[in-house]
Design a protein around this ligand. Structure first.
Ligand code: ASP
Length: 443
């Protein structure tokens, strides 16, 4: 791996001229920060509007109403930023040129992507780095990101380059049509560039310290996770914990590049380091995160001598597949087969249809349905190595009188998933946190 780092700065880091000056100091303080990726300006205060959202509005106006009223608030954001920086070009001229191009191109993707384009152009000037248009690096086939082609194209284009700024969130097809990644996708651009340049670290700078063990809206002052593996992060993001876009992992995992989530506005904090393996000396930190999702439905199917019927479970799962119902877990026992399903998949008459199909084809003795269930994933390392972990988990729940609806003991040792009633959700997360994390840290 080369001695280069890719640093990606999110929307809040690019929101004002002041924050951009902080970004400049960060970049310049480390010789290895040679490839910079940025988002469009985000919110300056809580009810502010992100530039990308303004651009979606503008695209709608241009394409459907042949009006450009929303261009002015976008231009104003960039003028405000430029006025606090000593740029070597005229921001008004650049904005006029971009507006003209928007009216010529008239596509949503082109119009929305200009947020990142202009921001990267400004940042390159501030840093005195080279601006490279992401359309020449991030490649799409149709509307799908082409990872292999992107890697090949970006690797070749950046081979002899250093000190470069690239706008995140967009790329293009081979014909040159601009395409967008999904929202928050500048993280993905950063990861793709990190892979392409063999970076030894991918830094993801936002306005929060890193990953917290659990949601601070549920647990007061949760600890920061200093170190976690890609696998643990995947398990947590799957359950809704988000600091980094979930598609980010693929390119960096492929190359084994660690990710460091950092806070632009709190340099004293080292953030969270996410890597392939955790050194043995750190494996004592058992829990890396506790995350969850509410609103699941549990369907329990009972039939005497179920095990003697070939393909019983498979047939039930195939009904779900045909109805486009995703089954999250299927805890089973003697003569019972159950399915934990996110309730959003059972809306309309889907639940009735599924149950009727099961009744008709499988002739079960009973089918029971429990709604309003939450799943909580306790993610960590070596969870199974210590038999007291299960004891600790059960005692945390028993002591707080929480009814356990399901338990799935992930066999790779990365996570244990429990099901509790929605009303016990916050309470259960606090109980598990106090038992495993708070007590350990305060010991
Ligand atoms: N600006 C885009 C968004 O708001 C992309 C990003 O910030 O990652 O979704």
């Amino acid at each position: 791996m080369k001695k280069v780092k890719v640093a990606k700065f999110g929307g809040t880091s690019m929101a004002t001229s002041e924050s951009i000056k902080i970004v400049k100091d960060i970049v310049k303080s480390d010789e290895e920060r040679k490839f910079i990726v940025c988002s469009a300006p985000g919110k300056r205060f809580s009810d502010d509007i992100k530039v990308t959202d303004l651009l979606y509005e503008l695209a709608d106006e241009i394409i459907f109403h042949h009006r450009t009223d929303s261009f002015e608030p976008v231009a104003e954001r960039f003028r405000e930023i430029a006025s606090g920086l000593d740029l070597s070009f005229s921001i008004d001229e650049l904005l006029q040129k971009i507006l003209k191009e928007m009216l010529e191109e008239e596509t949503l993707e082109f119009i929305v992507s200009r947020g990142e384009y202009i921001t990267a152009y400004i940042l390159a000037d501030v840093l005195d780095y080279e601006f490279i248009d992401a359309k020449d690096l991030i490649m799409f086939k149709g509307s799908k990101l082409d990872y292999t082609l992107t890697n090949k194209t970006a690797r070749k284009a950046l081979k002899n380059k250093e000190y470069v700024v690239i706008g995140g969130f967009y790329g293009s097809t081979l014909r040159g049509d601009i395409r967008l990644l999904t929202r928050g996708g500048a993280d993905v651009t950063g990861a793709l560039i990190a892979r392409a340049v063999f970076a030894r670290l991918y830094e993801n700078w936002t306005d929060i310290d890193g990953f917290l063990v659990c949601d601070p809206r549920i647990v007061e002052n949760p600890h920061l996770v200093e170190l976690m593996t890609y696998k643990e992060l995947r398990a947590l993001s799957f359950m809704g914990a988000s600091v980094i876009h979930s598609d980010t992992f693929y390119p960096v995992v492929k190359e084994g590049i660690p990710i460091n989530a950092r806070n632009t506005f709190n340099l004293a904090c080292p953030g969270t380091l996410i890597c392939d393996h955790v050194p043995a000396s750190r494996s004592k930190d058992v829990i890396t995160g506790i995350a969850g999702l509410s609103n699941f439905t549990l369907i329990i199917i009972e039939k005497h001598l179920m095990d003697d019927i070939p393909g019983f479970d498979r047939r039930i799962l195939s009904f779900c597949e045909k109805l486009d119902i995703q089954v999250e877990h299927f805890p089973s026992g003697t003569d019972t087969f159950s399915m934990m399903i996110e309730s959003k998949f059972l809306v309309g008459d889907k639940k009735e249809t599924l149950i009727n199909q099961i009744k008709k084809a499988m002739k079960p003795d009973t089918v029971e349905v429990f709604e309003n269930i939450s799943l909580i994933s306790i993610v960590g390392r070596n969870l199974m190595a210590n038999k007291y972990n299960m004891l600790k988990l059960f005692s945390a729940l028993v002591n707080t009188n929480i009814t356990l609806r399901m338990i799935d003991y992930g066999s790779n040792g990365t996570n244990i998933v429990i099901g509790v009633d929605d009303i016990d959700y916050d309470y259960a997360i606090n109980a598990v946190y106090n038992e495993f994390v708070r007590e350990d840290h305060e010991r």
